[in-house]
Ligand binder design. Structure first.
Ligand SMILES: Nc1ncnc2c1ncn2[C@@H]1O[C@H](COP(=O)(O)OP(=O)(O)O)[C@@H](O)[C@H]1O
Ligand SMILES: [Mg+2]
Length: 430
């Protein structure tokens, strides 16, 4: 079969080359959602014999829907997609949600907004409902901090216009009575204690007839200062005993999205397992995540890229999935995405030791996603609490112990200045 991949990144190429042993792959670079560009891309695909396309990044998710729709493939409804692009709406589908409330800085005063947050919920989380990649997420401890974030948004006309354009594009052609009455630009919500809850990333898909298929589970690992350390497949902090609970929770949540028309589409769900064992939604993304392809590949031999394309084309993705294998206790490896972030400004080549990076990549064959290039300069203004992502590295091993040892070695050698300040979580010990 012949497939289209939307805006692939350089680090995805080894996986695409593997895909090309079985299928033909055309690389597509659409930029806008205009009628003209979508119809000319679809025409190009038909001329080339491309049966389905896949976008794996948040910014490519809408192109995935629009182009596949033009190719005659079943796609999610606009309304279901819209729920997945708004962090307030996605929470309205959760049963037993923790505290959350809509916030609209353009319609309400600071005092009205502050009054909506119960006293015991301070500090709380204030999240822009339609940004991604960690942007627009604020921990609010007091009224002054709240005022500052709301004022910034009220002044940022450019952001307001961009979000309004997005929203209009997602809802084009949707009957007015189907449009959710409330889709606020911010949501205020309970602040989860990250030192006690564990965050997971879960992937699955909904078939064309509305069945939920479980695909894979990855543990998100954080340092004690909440900076992300890496993403580990399969998880180590929960055992397979939790599989039934997770399946039931995911299926129930996805059933409500399926009822809104979510069909024939992968999804990427993040949730927390709280200290009392209950599950809470972090967010959902209406796409398969490109980064996890290699985790499933190395750990379970699956191909997320192939499966996503097969599903889009109305074919059957492979079984057993990584989740099926994990559940059944099948032999597997562990794969970690090591996240390398900058906590200081400067030229990337002065922050990281590129003799070491080059050796990892060229001599040891470690796959590296160069999010920032060695000659780029990290500016002071870019440094948020979470730091600035420089690189992602994939390491794989037979045991979680091997992974932990390797991650610690890489992290201790890759920076020019030792990163002593980072506190490893208690279980990240050799
Ligand atoms: N209510 C919350 N309490 C604590 N941490 C949160 C909360 N919401 C989000 N976070 C943290 O911020 C990260 C990014 O938030 P998320 O909702 O996934 O947005 P996005 O990934 O689209 O930027 C999460 O992975 C989580 O670690
Ligand atoms: Mg997220």
């Amino acid at each position: 079969m012949k497939f289209g991949v939307i805006n692939p990144q350089p680090y995805m190429e080894p996986a695409l080359a593997e895909l090309e042993q079985e299928h033909e792959v055309v690389r597509l670079h659409p930029e806008h959602w205009s009628e003209g560009e979508i119809s000319s891309t679809a025409r190009f695909c038909r001329e080339q014999g491309v049966v389905a396309v896949a976008g794996f990044a948040q910014k490519d998710a809408f192109h995935h829907l629009l182009i596949n729709e033009r190719l005659g493939n079943p796609v999610p409804s606009r309304v279901a997609f819209f729920y997945c692009m708004n962090k307030y709406l996605m929470r309205t589908l959760e049963r037993d949600a923790f505290f959350y409330a809509p916030v609209d800085p353009l319609q309400e005063s600071d005092e009205q907004i502050a009054a909506r947050i119960p006293a015991h919920e301070w500090p709380f989380m204030l999240k822009n409902t339609s940004l991604s990649l960690g942007r627009g997420i604020f921990r609010i401890a007091n009224l002054e901090e709240l005022r500052r974030v709301l004022a910034d948004y009220r002044q940022d006309r450019e952001l307001q216009r961009a979000l309004a354009r997005q929203c209009a594009a997602y809802l084009e052609g949707v009957a007015p009575q189907q449009v959710p009455a409330l889709a606020p630009p911010f949501v205020a919500e309970h602040l989860v204690d990250m030192s006690r809850a564990t965050e997971y990333c879960y992937e699955g898909y909904v078939t064309a007839d509305g069945q939920v298929v479980h695909y894979g589970l990855t543990e998100e690992i954080y340092f004690s200062n909440h900076q992300a350390l890496g993403y580990l497949t399969p998880p180590v902090s929960i055992s397979r005993d939790m599989a039934d609970t997770i399946e039931a929770w995911v299926s129930a949540y996805m059933q409500r999205l399926a009822a809104l028309g979510y069909r024939n589409q992968f999804f990427n769900l993040e949730f927390w397992v709280m200290p009392d064992g209950s599950l809470h939604l972090t967010e959902i993304n209406p796409r398969a995540a490109h980064t996890y392809h290699y985790n499933y590949r190395y750990s379970f031999g699956s191909s997320l890229y192939a499966d996503n394309l097969l599903l889009a084309a109305g074919q059957r993705p492979a079984r057993p999935t990584p989740w099926d294998q994990w559940r059944a206790g099948a032999p597997h490896r562990f794969t970690l995405i090591v996240l390398i972030t900058a906590r200081e400004p400067g030229r990337v080549g002065d922050i990281l030791d590129y003799d070491y990076v080059d050796a990892l990549e060229a001599e040891q064959g470690v796959l590296i996603r160069h999010v920032r290039q060695r000659d780029e300069v990290i500016r002071e203004a870019e440094l948020s609490a979470a730091g600035v992502m420089l690189q992602q590295l994939w390491i794989t091993g037979d045991s979680s112990m091997e992974i932990i040892a390797r991650e610690r070695e890489i992290r201790s050698r890759i920076y020019r200045n030792p990163q002593d300040a980072v506190g490893y979580p208690p279980f990240w010990r050799i």
